[in-house]
Design a protein around this ligand. Structure first.
Ligand code: GLU
Length: 487
């Protein structure tokens, strides 16, 4: 049997980490089984849905390289793939359910329903529809229609039935149909509800596995009842755990961004996000932590999806991202870094001469091992760019007070002027020579040079900093320091 899975977001906001994980698990399961992955849109909430959100969701999926075989923008034989374009189909299925006696028209007003709800709550019972319109005769209906009441269509929930769901993650779960009131399939404006439309879509798109968030578990018995009423086979379900923060609470902005494209804006790499979200609720069998999308597709299986909540740990994400940054080509990182340095007025329009490009690549290579996401390049620019160092404070300032410092800086300035080619290798030699000539320990030479040039005691290698700053800026920075502190 061909495996067919789907991701069916409601386009009421940007794609969040949880949604991306559902999409990814479906994608991986499809790839793992040489199946088909479908992306469609559940846009029946007319007020909250927008094309803008849909666009954001698709954009985020593309950025993560989660490609779909059928669906929105891609097309396919079982479309259309937006629910608002499928209303005729839902009407067809509504008729089937009505004709089969599995559904009925309900004319209860909001006020009546509200009264019923309140009364049940007062008695300590679960609020649900008690079936007032269940057995209306054609005549009673006609009267209500002439009153101008617009009906909804409700599902006739069978009484005293155990509804079994064999969840691939959670095992066998049983619901009692008596706890479920007759629920709405089609609203009075003719728009289907989620529980109905999703079944029609899954049926008509021949979905074999429904992999989605745990928050939909309570909807599942309602959906299963519709399959049964239609006499159709129920797909396999796999409900993936919630994603919580490191304190076990609901994830909020404080724990990290929730919108996927915010990570793009911050300069995270898509392969790192994919690797990270794959581990939110799924674990490989071995110790290896780093997986590409293709490798994940190779090893992914539903039986390693966990029942317990997944923990969103931003530090873990940063750790994974740092790994991929280290491994990435500097040219690619340079392109990603452009917007951030652009904000600082460096290569603002992205255009660069060969020489600037060379500098830029050198800069990226020098810091590639030190950053966990690209926005951090901004913290490193000051080491490599411009004629003025940061102002040293505290211990760094103390370093400049050493009695050997004026001599060290003078000799360093001379050597910088003399050296023909300012490269990492020549800088290394030059600093070595200085320790010999001045008969000083390395630290007494390197530290004042570092502080004089950068204002900091720590930072990227001097062998990287000095050539990238260039002779002119090195001499200017020396001059600034000498004037400020040694004058
Ligand atoms: N539109 C639902 C959501 O975004 C999809 C639920 C499902 O996959 O059945 O959560």
């Amino acid at each position: 049997m061909e495996i067919r899975v789907r991701f069916a977001p409601s386009p009421t906001g940007p794609l969040h980490i949880g949604g991306a994980r559902s999409a990814l698990f479906n994608y991986l399961w499809a790839r793992n089984n040489k199946g088909t992955f479908i992306v469609r849109s559940e846009d029946t909430d007319l007020e909250r849905s927008s094309r803008e959100s849909e666009h954001n969701i698709l954009e985020a999926l593309r950025w993560l390289n989660i490609q779909w075989d059928e669906g929105i923008e891609v097309g396919g034989e079982l479309g259309p793939y937006r629910q608002t374009d499928r209303l005729a189909l839902y009407r067809e299925y509504t008729k089937k359910l009505l004709d089969g006696g599995h559904a009925y028209y309900c004319y209860c007003s909001e006020e009546e329903l509200d009264r019923e709800r309140q009364a049940l709550i007062a008695k300590g019972e679960t609020p649900r529809y008690l079936g007032k319109c269940r057995y209306l005769t054609a005549q009673q209906r006609a009267v209500l229609e002439t009153e101008g009441r617009k009906p909804v269509v409700r599902f006739r929930v069978p009484e005293a039935q155990a509804i079994h769901i064999n969840d691939q993650v959670r095992g066998d779960i049983v619901f009692d149909s008596d706890g479920i009131g007759d629920y709405v399939l089609v609203k009075s404006d003719g728009i289907p509800t989620y529980n109905f439309a999703v079944v029609v879509d899954d049926v008509t798109m021949k979905i074999t596995h429904v992999i989605r968030g745990e928050e939909h578990l309570s909807n599942t018995p309602r959906q299963v009842l519709i399959y049964q009423a239609l006499g159709l086979p129920v797909p396999e379900f796999a409900h993936v755990s919630l994603i919580l923060n490191t304190e076990g609470g609901k994830m909020s902005k404080r724990d990290g961004d929730t919108a996927v494209l915010d990570y793009q804006k911050k300069g995270y790499l898509p392969e790192a996000i994919v690797n990270f979200i794959a581990m939110l609720g799924w674990a490989p069998s071995g110790e290896e932590e780093f997986y590409t999308l293709d490798e994940l597709a190779e090893v992914f299986s539903l039986d390693r999806v966990s029942k317990s909540p997944a923990v969103f740990d931003l530090q873990k994400l940063n750790y994974i991202n740092a790994h991929y940054i280290k491994a990435a080509a500097p040219e690619r990182l340079a392109e990603l870094a452009l917007p951030y340095v652009g904000e600082m007025g460096i290569l603002p329009r992205g255009e660069r001469s060969d020489k600037q490009q060379q500098w830029f690549i050198g800069f990226i290579e020098a810091i590639q091992e030190k950053i966990s996401h690209m926005a951090e390049v901004k913290d490193f620019v000051h080491y490599f760019y411009g004629a003025v160092p940061l102002e040293p404070v505290g211990e760094a300032l103390e370093v400049l007070r050493g009695e050997q410092v004026p001599g060290v800086l003078r000799l360093f300035g001379e050597k910088i002027q003399e050296v023909e080619l300012l490269s990492g290798a020549t800088v290394k030699v030059l600093l070595k020579q200085m320790t010999k000539e001045l008969k000083l320990g390395g630290k007494l030479v390197y530290m004042p040079v570092r502080v004089a040039l950068t204002g900091q005691m720590h930072g990227p290698e001097l062998y990287d900093v000095i050539p990238l700053l260039g002779r002119e800026n090195v001499l200017k920075r020396l001059e600034v320091t000498e004037k400020r502190y040694l004058g």
